[in-house]
Design a protein around this ligand. Sequence first.
Ligand code: SF4
Length: 434
Amino acid sequence: MTFHPDTLCPFCGLGCGDVGIDQDDSGIAPRPSGCPQADRLFRRSTAVSTNARMAGAAVAMDDAITEAARLLRAGRAPSIAGLAADVDGVLAALTLGERIGATVDHERSEALFRNLAVLRRFGWSATTLAELRNRCDLVLVVGPDPAAAFPRLWERWVLPEPAFVADGARSVVFLGGEPLPETLQCLAGRIEVNGLDGGAADLVALVGRLRAALAGRAMDGDPMMELAVRLRAARYAVVIWAAGLFDTPQPDLIVEGLVRLIRSVDGTTRCAGLPLSGADNLIGANQACAWRTGFPLRTGFDAGVPLHDPERFDWRQRLRDADVTLWISAFRPEIPLFDTGGAVIMLAPPELAVTPEPALFIPVGTPGIDHAGDVFRADSVVALHAGALIDRGLSSVATVIGRILAALDGAALDGAALDGTAVGNTVGGEAAGC
Ligand code: SF4
């Protein structure tokens, strides 16, 4: 038995670096970390098939690579989606996208674009997890408890005593959402936690009322007045939201209200936002796309130059028209439900059970488990290096795509190549969140 202490967790984007992992001949298993995601996703067996599959039948990896290259080369409207890979994997996917004229998007980008739509229009003042931990004396949480998607947020980044707050005291106020029982258990008795539903039917109205109170226009007796006073009195308030958890038709209106609210408070004391949206290296994928193309995700190469369109190149829209899709989900053996009329080439961990079988399934390793890899933290400012834990004979996404690119560049694919196209698929089942 081998013990790996202080293992970096690559999954939700908080970048916890203290997970303990036991390893023996049967695989790896985490010691209880207090995080349901880590406890589930770090459990991997060595008894998995490393075979690629073509329409469900095992094939040699060389044949799978050749078939992937054939399908992608024949595509007239190719798409690269999922995009859940380490930075090297994303960069390889971008190279492939450029080569075949594909659009690229991450399976969790909806949460990101709810924020980016506002950032583009107004700009914003955003902070980091380190500032939250060390300097913040008042946390305002708007909407659902982010711990639903970022399980150890409170334990790791709010519970520790702030290094630069004079008396070490801070409090947490939930506006329009309830703290989860786990959150109350984590913070109770040590940090003051308040819930304020304000009686408003939706978050847009609630944030609007708080902004009115900050401007001195609240109705007599409105509980927003007290919250406005607390925000103004704080030395450093941080407003946290997880846009992927907003369940409303126009979530960007909530984000816009928050950005304006932060700006009005930041004029007299320090106040900043902490928009959380980063699971499965979503932030790293967006950063890599920006380095490579100058644009965020939802960028396409079919015109010969990068073209960004946040609506048209949303992967859910794009897959309806794509005749071939390269789907990448390297972090977890789960994929969201999606519909496409084209062939699907899937790069995912071997534990993934997918129905119906895609045209081609190529098992890949998970960054931070099967191979080393870099991922970005949810606050966008820190790149983290996750090491390898076990060797199960699984290649990284970057390696597999590198082989597909080599096949595209060099091989003379013969007309008798295997034909395993699956048409009219509804694939997967786990919904993507934050
Ligand atoms: S909170 Fe996130 S980073 Fe931390 S252990 Fe859980 S999944 Fe991993």
